[in-house]
Design a protein around this ligand. Structure first.
Ligand SMILES: *Cc1c(COP(=O)(O)O)cnc(C)c1O
Length: 400
């Protein structure tokens, strides 16, 4: 019986490999940044990095490193406790207040990651009498969190407001007590922004609550970097916001839920990933508190990020590449063919540009792409060098 188990594992891995879906992890030997050292073909190469979620370039920021060190000096290394036993410091509460104030909510609650925030947010708030209406392209952690909750599930086609309305009506017809619309603020494979203004209008019309996962937006999208709800002019209307400290906000670790005071208090009492998992460490808290200072004064960083995105977009279009339209610093370069996309990413690595190809099942079949992500720390020279490499490889592979 045990042999059969291990044989099955081997077969599954062989299938993954055969379908060209095996993930290989390149090893980085420098700090995360716009240029990184990566092990490649038996040596270390310095390459441009166009695939990190390091939108504001804070991952190697000296002030954050120093804040993490100083906080460790004062508070030590580990917490060795969940929050409610003996794992809450004044820093945890300060950070929760900072997050809530920055994003305009009464309170917030920290989790080990946004994956845990989404995994834990639904089950305590809704029961079998309620309805969750979720965008089909929502992040895996939302899908898992919704599965763990007893509420009835309704799905609407990605950003399809007609379908959302249909599902809201269905939930009403089924007698839902509370309806919660759930969407990513930004759909990360496309860089598309959720139509939050229309979603909130429908939410008003059908008396529904709205939850937005703003992982790919907090800190840089919208006025003051306050995210997609602010970008769409509906910051006041979004009831619950989940987010991460692991992307633009320094790229460390930690997730959060922002909501009303009592919703947050109920989550503290009932959310399982919060109750049964270790508290965030002092180093993370110290750096995260510093991040919020930088973000509050971050207009220059945000402007640079969007200038880089414009420069890359304009030059890539000029070179003849097909890009998905949009305003987000995620810029997908459409290749369509999965094998070609993988070849392209490999060839770009040889040219000193680190990017990743995405194909089925992460994106629909025949929609393979290279997803590039801009960073405020990219210089004009970085952007130009990347475009030159793309153009060279694109011609070699007959993509342009
Ligand atoms: C990255 C991401 C997450 C997970 O965030 P972590 O803090 O890394 O767990 C959740 N939701 C969305 C939409 C994401 O893009």
């Amino acid at each position: 019986m045990r042999d059969a188990f291990y044989a099955r594992i081997d077969q599954t891995l062989a299938d993954i490999r055969e379908q060209g879906l095996e993930k290989i992890e390149r090893q980085i030997t420098s700090p995360q940044g716009p240029e990184i050292d990566v092990a490649h073909n038996g040596k270390t190469v310095r390459v441009l990095n166009f695939c990190a979620n390091n939108y504001l370039g804070l991952a190697d920021n000296r002030a954050l490193v120093e804040a993490a060190k100083a906080t460790m000096d004062d508070y030590g290394y580990g917490m060795a406790s969940v929050r409610f036993i003996c794992g809450t410091t004044d820093l945890h509460r300060r950070l929760e207040r900072d997050i809530a104030d920055f994003l305009g909510y009464e309170d917030s609650i920290l989790f080990a990651a946004c994956f845990d925030a989404n995994g834990g947010v639904f089950e305590p708030l809704l029961t079998a009498e309620d309805a969750i209406i979720s965008d089909t392209l929502n992040h895996a952690s939302i899908i898992d969190g919704v599965r763990l909750c007893k509420a009835r599930r309704y799905r609407f086609a990605n950003s399809d407001m007609g379908d959302l309305q249909t599902q809201l009506r269905k939930a009403d017809a089924d007698g839902a007590r509370t309806k919660l619309i759930v969407t990513d603020g930004v759909f990360s494979m496309d860089g598309y922004i959720a139509r939050l203004d229309e979603i909130c209008r429908l939410a008003d019309q059908y008396s529904a609550l709205v939850l937005v996962d703003d992982a790919h937006a907090t800190g840089f999208m919208g006025p003051g970097g306050k995210g997609t709800p602010a970008h769409c002019g509906v910051a006041e209307r979004v009831d619950i916001l989940t987010g991460t400290l692991g992307k633009a906000m320094g790229g460390g670790m930690g997730g959060f839920v922002c909501a009303s005071k009592n919703v947050v208090h109920l989550l503290r009492n009932r959310a399982r990933p919060y109750l049964f998992s270790n508290a965030l460490t002092p180093a993370l808290l110290g750096a995260a508190l510093k991040t919020f200072e930088l973000i509050r004064d971050g207009d220059a960083l945000r402007a640079q990020l969007f200038r880089n995105a414009e420069r890359f977009r304009a030059q890539m279009a000029e070179a003849g590449f097909e890009l998905l339209p949009g305003e987000h610093p995620i810029i997908p370069v459409m290749i369509y063919d999965a094998k070609k996309a993988a070849e392209m990413a490999a060839a770009l690595m040889d040219e000193g540009v680190y990017v990743t190809a995405f194909s089925y099942p992460v994106v629909p079949k025949g929609q393979a792409r290279i997803r590039t992500q801009m960073c405020a720390a990219h210089t004009d020279e970085h952007v130009d060098r990347a475009v030159t490499a793309f153009a060279k490889v694109g011609k070699e592979l007959a993509i342009i």
